[in-house]
Design a protein around this ligand. Structure first.
Ligand SMILES: C[S@@+](CC[C@H](N)C(=O)[O-])C[C@H]1O[C@@H](n2cnc3c(N)ncnc32)[C@H](O)[C@@H]1O
Length: 230
């Protein structure tokens, strides 16, 4: 039996059981400003407990006992870049679904099928899902564009880019494997044409769609730091 089971943790070693101090107003403002500046995430006062809970979980994981010390770790610690990336992943809302916003996809399809076909022979369509989470949106875009190309009787000349600030979601998106539950509600013919069964009650996107979609980690706020042409 391990020592952990026989001996209750000492006061010093039980820091992880201690309640973190409440976040004071100045600290909340500091975190608010950092998150808004670096990610564009606006955190209103009502979301203070969300911030406290999520910072608290991460601080316990790495053994950090105060919001201020954690702030220093994030802005100037030796592992600041990696820790920031982990924190961003915890704080961002990554909810997504295939065809999550049907009107938006209908708009894309209408736009494409009402253009002159010649346009697409000369120049492939490029679509971009800016905060793509685990990939459902860019893969949906690829399916929609594939359907449009079929309708126009054109070769599938299109490409989709998915980008997100969170590295773990981009890694999942690249794999292109989803729980079978994710397809609930999708039209049967879309399911059978674009997915195939994979291991342990999962499905994967077929290769001809997957190879049209590429993923990159990107903070959309960094785009204005890119050099301008001209
Ligand atoms: C709610 S999900 C939406 C996913 C997908 N667009 C959809 O509608 O199904 C929002 C995504 O935006 C990403 N995100 C938030 N801030 C971002 C930023 N500054 N740059 C890039 N991605 C960001 C989050 O990581 C998250 O995965």
């Amino acid at each position: 039996m391990s020592e952990l089971h026989n001996n209750p943790p000492s006061a010093e070693s039980a820091w992880f059981l201690r309640r973190l101090p409440d976040m004071d107003e100045a600290q909340f403002k500091q975190w608010q400003a950092l998150l808004e500046h670096r990610t564009g995430m606006a955190l209103p006062a009502e979301r203070r407990s969300f911030l406290e809970t999520n910072l608290g979980i991460r601080m316990r994981e790495i053994g950090c006992g105060s919001y201020q010390a954690y702030y220093e770790t994030i802005v100037s610690g030796p592992d600041a870049i990696r820790e920031w990336s982990t924190l961003v992943d915890r704080l961002t809302v990554q909810e997504t679904r295939f065809f999550r916003d049907p009107d938006a996809f209908r708009l894309v399809a209408d736009y494409v099928v009402t253009r002159p076909r010649e346009q697409f022979r000369k120049r492939p369509i490029e679509a971009w899902s800016v905060g793509c989470s685990t990939g459902e949106e860019p893969y949906t875009l690829a399916m929609v564009l594939n359907e449009c190309m079929g309708q126009l009787d054109l070769q599938p000349l299109y490409g989709v880019t998915g980008s997100d600030i969170s590295t773990p979601v981009i890694e999942k998106a690249r794999i292109g494997q989803f729980s079978a539950r994710k397809l609930l509600g999708m039209e049967e013919n879309m399911k059978t044409r674009y997915f195939r069964p994979a291991e342990r009650n999962t499905v994967e996107i077929i290769d001809s769609i997957r190879e049209r979609v590429c993923f990159t980690r990107l903070n959309v706020l960094d785009l204005d730091k890119a050099p301008m042409h001209g």
